[in-house]
Write a protein that binds this ligand. Structure first.
Ligand code: SF4
Ligand code: SF4
Ligand code: FES
Length: 239
C-alpha cells in the first residue's frame, strides 16, 4: 500500500507506525492524519476541518512498550516511532431535543435531558482522555450541582470529539451536557454583545441576501475559487 518515495522523502527522518495492524514507515514530521494518508489510506470519515476545531478525527493509540491508551485528534498530533493506532468511527450518543427558551439555567434542566449525569462516579477517566485538556469531570459535576456558569466555562473548548464518552463507565455523553450548559449560560447569564445585535439586525434587514443568493448560485469549482480569493483578500488586509 505504501507509495514509492521521492528523493527528498528518502532524506527525511522517518518513523515506523502501525495502522490497523500493518507497519508503515512515514516521515516523522507528519500528523497522524497525514501519515495515514501518506501510507495510502483514504480518509472518508473521521476528518473535517483538519485544524483542531471540528472534533471529527478522534484517534486512539498505544506507544511501543507502554501499557497506556492514548487519545488525540489525528489532525493535531505528530506521529511517534512505534505508535500503534486506529481511527474511531462515529460514536453514537443520545442527544436531548429541547427548546432552550423553555428551560431555566438549573441542574433540573440538565437532568431532564441527561439524567445519566447523576450516575457520574467521579473516576476522572473523561478528563484524562480529553485532547483539549478540559477538566471534563468538573464540568459534569458543575452541571449536576446547577453551577451552569462554571460548567459552560469549563467546557468552552470542547470540540465534540466524543472521546470522553467512550471512556465513561456511567455512559454519559459529556459533550452534549456541556453544550446544553453553554446554551443555558449564553441565554440567561450573559448579555448580548452590541455587535451581535447589530449583525442580527443587518440579517433581518436583508443586507446579506444578495450575497447569499450569489454564493448559492455558484458551481462547486466557482465556489472553491471564490473561497481562495477571499483568503487572499483577507491576507492582504491583515498585511
Ligand atoms: S470534553 Fe469530550 S468531546 Fe469535548 S473535547 Fe474533551 S474529550 Fe472531546
Ligand atoms: S468518565 Fe464518566 S463517570 Fe467518570 S468522571 Fe467522567 S463523567 Fe464521571
Ligand atoms: S479534522 Fe477537525 S479536529 Fe481534526
Amino acid at each position: 500500500m505504501s507509495k514509492t518515495k521521492t528523493k527528498e522523502e528518502n532524506a527525511l527522518p522517518t518513523v515506523k507506525i502501525y495502522i490497523m495492524g500493518s507497519a508503515h514507515e512515514v516521515p516523522a514530521s507528519l500528523t497522524i492524519m497525514k501519515a495515514m494518508e501518506y501510507a495510502g489510506f483514504k480518509i472518508k470519515r473521521g476528518s473535517g476541518c483538519r485544524a483542531g476545531f471540528c472534533g471529527a478525527c478522534g484517534t486512539v493509540y498505544r506507544k511501543a512498550g507502554d501499557y497506556r491508551i492514548y487519545a488525540a485528534l489525528a489532525c493535531q498530533t505528530q506521529v511517534e516511532d512505534g505508535m500503534v493506532l486506529t481511527q474511531l468511527p462515529f460514536i453514537p450518543a443520545p442527544k436531548g431535543k429541547y427548546d432552550v427558551d423553555k428551560l431555566l439555567p438549573t441542574a433540573s434542566s440538565i437532568l431532564k435531558f441527561y439524567p445519566e449525569v447523576a450516575r457520574c462516579l467521579s473516576c476522572n477517566a473523561c478528563s484524562k482522555v480529553c485532547p483539549q485538556e478540559i477538566q471534563v469531570m468538573d464540568y459534569v459535576q458543575y452541571s449536576l450541582q446547577g453551577q451552569i456558569d462554571k460548567a459552560a466555562e469549563e467546557s468552552f473548548d470542547c470540540v465534540q470529539c466524543g472521546l470522553c464518552a467512550i471512556r465513561c463507565p456511567a455512559e454519559i455523553a459529556q459533550y452534549h451536557v456541556g453544550m446544553l450548559a453553554r446554551r443555558l449560560h449564553g441565554k440567561y447569564n450573559m448579555s448580548t454583545p452590541e455587535s451581535l445585535q447589530e449583525r442580527v439586525a443587518e440579517i433581518d434587514n436583508g443586507v446579506y441576501e444578495e450575497g447569499f443568493n450569489d454564493l448559492i448560485s455558484l458551481s462547486k469549482n466557482d465556489l472553491k475559487k471564490r473561497y481562495t480569493e477571499r483568503d487572499f483578500v483577507d491576507q492582504k488586509k491583515a498585511g
